[in-house]
Design a binder for this molecule. Structure first.
Ligand SMILES: NC(=O)c1ccc[n+]([C@@H]2O[C@H](COP(=O)([O-])OP(=O)(O)OC[C@H]3O[C@@H](n4cnc5c(N)ncnc54)[C@H](OP(=O)(O)O)[C@@H]3O)[C@@H](O)[C@H]2O)c1
Length: 266
């Protein structure tokens, strides 16, 4: 029986994966904010941890909690996301999309490594957007102080996650943990967020033609069950793609890693 930790495990793709792993007999810990959704998962046998992962302090609390409860974590699945048409800063002063969709994943990936390494075949599955064209990192404006757009902030966080995968493998050269970036394609999930009317209409149209959650889950679960041997890999659903957009990505990954470590120290 494996221990599977899923951020955003209360809804959408994360909840689909939570139900899948519970059905396999795994121990599942789902992290989200909504008590009602958490209770629904608990009725299926899952453990719910309520946390606002857009806050660094909350991520560190979750790390401590998980370490106190589990000696080994077989898979860390990163799915939490929240769309905002308008820029929002957390009480810690970070732009919320960057904080939730990148800083949280950075913190949990690195801070839980010792528990992952204690498992026989450990995996981080970062469900994001590898393989899709994305803007370059805004090196002088990580928090989108200028020209915020909700869609661009999502793509920017996706780019940061591609680099997180590359840097993770470089930073932990002896780790057995496999870092997998996966783009699920267009999936009819809950699309949690606060949308302006135009984006809300677009999301509704997209949902009508998107793949149902339960159809995408087996592809993602297969990556957890049989990860590639490479320290970092990337997939568009189940098709292997290059985690790099260009040959300078490893340098960009190291730069973002340094910058992020500095940001989190303050
Ligand atoms: N759906 C797609 O078409 C698509 C396409 C490409 C990539 N992806 C990626 O797939 C992953 C899953 O997306 P999804 O569409 O399934 O998401 P979703 O349906 O919108 O669900 C988002 C999840 O994140 C949790 N969450 C939101 N804000 C949170 C916070 N501050 N702290 C903790 N948890 C929070 C929500 O839980 P609560 O409600 O309990 O807070 C919910 O469980 C994301 O990384 C996304 O970028 C999705």
């Amino acid at each position: 029986m494996r221990t599977i930790v899923i951020t955003g495990g209360t809804d959408g793709i994360g909840a689909g994966l939570a139900r899948h792993h519970l059905a396999q007999g795994d121990t599942v810990v789902a992290i989200g904010r909504d008590e009602v959704k958490g209770a629904a998962l608990a009725r299926l046998g899952g453990h719910f941890v309520r946390a606002d992962l857009s806050l660094v302090a909350e991520n560190l609390r979750v790390v401590d909690l998980l370490k106190s409860r589990f000696e080994a974590i077989d898979a860390l699945i990163l799915c939490a996301r929240y769309f905002r048409s308008h820029r929002y800063e957390t009480v810690e002063g970070f732009e919320a999309c960057f904080a939730l969709e990148y800083l949280s994943r950075f913190t949990l990936s690195h801070e839980l490594l010792d528990r992952l390494e204690a498992a026989p075949a450990p995996v981080v599955l970062n469900v994001s957007g590898p393989g899709a064209p994305k803007p370059e990192i805004r090196w002088d404006d990580l928090g989108f102080c200028r020209g915020y757009s909700g869609v661009e902030a999502q793509f920017h966080a996706g780019r940061a996650n591609d680099l997180l995968g590359l840097a993770f493998a470089t930073e932990h050269p002896d780790a057995r943990t496999k870092y997998i970036l996966v783009n699920p394609g267009s999936v009819a999930s809950s699309f949690a967020g606060e949308f302006d009317p135009e984006t809300a209409a677009l999301v509704q149209r997209m949902k009508r033609v998107a793949t149902p959650v339960d159809r995408i889950v087996p592809h993602l679960a297969a990556l957890v069950d049989a990860p590639p041997a490479d320290p970092v890999s990337a997939f568009a659903v189940s098709r292997r793609v290059d985690p790099r957009m260009s040959e300078v990505d490893d340098r960009a990954a190291a730069r973002l890693h340094r910058l992020t470590t500095g940001l989190l120290r303050h």
